[in-house]
Ligand binder design. Sequence first.
Ligand code: GLN
Length: 475
Amino acid sequence: MSAVEIAAAVRSGERTAVDVVDEHLAAIAARDGDIHAFNLVTADEARAAALAIDRRVAAGEDPGPLAGVPVALKDNLCTAGIPTTCSSRILEGWRPPYDATVVERLAAAGAIAIGKTNLDEFAMGSSTENSAFGPTRNPHDLTRVPGGSSGGSAAAVAAGFAPLALGSDTGGSIRQPAALCGVVGMKPTYGAVSRYGLVAFASSLDQIGPFAASVADAAALYEAIAGHDPRDATSIPRPAARVSEGLGQGVGGLRVGIVSELLGAEGIEPDVAARAREAAEALESAGAKVDEVSVPSVVYGLSAYYLIAPAEASSNLARYDGVRFGLRVDAPTTGEMYDRTRTAGFGAEVKRRIMLGTYALSAGYYDAFYGKAQRVRTLILRDFQAAYERFDVLLSPASPSTAFKLGAKSADPLTMYLNDVCTIPSNLSGDPAISVPFGTGADGLPIGVQVLAPSLGEETLFRVAAALEAAAPAA
Ligand code: GLN
């Protein structure tokens, strides 16, 4: 059953939320030992919440549009009183005193949080192998990665552990694992979804977004979490776009541009480029006008991102000092205590980012690295704006390859970074984008096609995604 169907059945009293939750907990118990999508399954809290939903239905109330639907939460979203680890030792033992806005909104919509999902430590990575608690495995093939950093959330949906999940996307961490796990994953316009209670990685790039097995379910989840939040200063002061209503409208007359630079980008496998071209043809058959478009500066996205994101991360992660959150390794002086805590608490990739970021921001290098990267960011934004004068949406692969083997890219950070070459540009520009499953590679594994839209273009984005889903070859 889809999330939309579960909610309808629970609201009408046809199914109980307790039954729905128990069914998903049983699926988790049967298979998560092998997959490790979850850092923590909150079974008792989920059953209690389900019972409360069922009581409200029995009392004739409407518990909301996502009544009784289990949702898996990436473990960098704050949950009051429930451990939030970012898959890092440094947060060991920390229980947030408050819920993230998205967590509050889900509860208000009747959804049921079922657990916290594994991620690359502090969302830094593309395979979920950088977790301090061990990797997540791809439900389609347990010898392969689910992608990352929201690999646990993507795997949870792909394995049927939850119909819906939330992730965060700083450079592709929703769309890339969605592509590798054969599910839908969407990054909203920067500021469309509140970041309040999302543990910060790179604040000018981070966005929370939905995972689901279908575009309609992803749209329903987006509607539940989006909209203005006064507790996030970067939140856009307007209500959530009603993206579900237009899903069936088709793409007749829409102008679709396939981004040349991303079809030929470094490391894009031929199967992946072929599926993106087929997706463009499918949209053309459905009535869209399709053409190739050049967005020249996107090729510099990866380089700019790996200066900007680590720079912001080095600043954001300065707060983990052994005093305020989680782990503390005692030492004779405060300075040594900081040192020992951070040495013991952070993993290798996080340390690499902190060093890169600190270097890029240091006096004498700031203009050469951080300043230049910011100028490239502006160029990318302008190139996208120019493309959107001629096209309603753009199309590209989501990830350069299908799911790769565990360990295949972990020795070489640069190879790992290349996974996000297609997704990073829209984080730099702040525009929305979505990955939709579209066929498989020669290896039989899922491939995702990315649809990109201009800022606040969510309605068109979801509409095109729905058309692609309808035209997709069976996986
Ligand atoms: N893989 C990218 C990185 O490692 C993006 C991560 C993300 O979107 N959180 O930074």
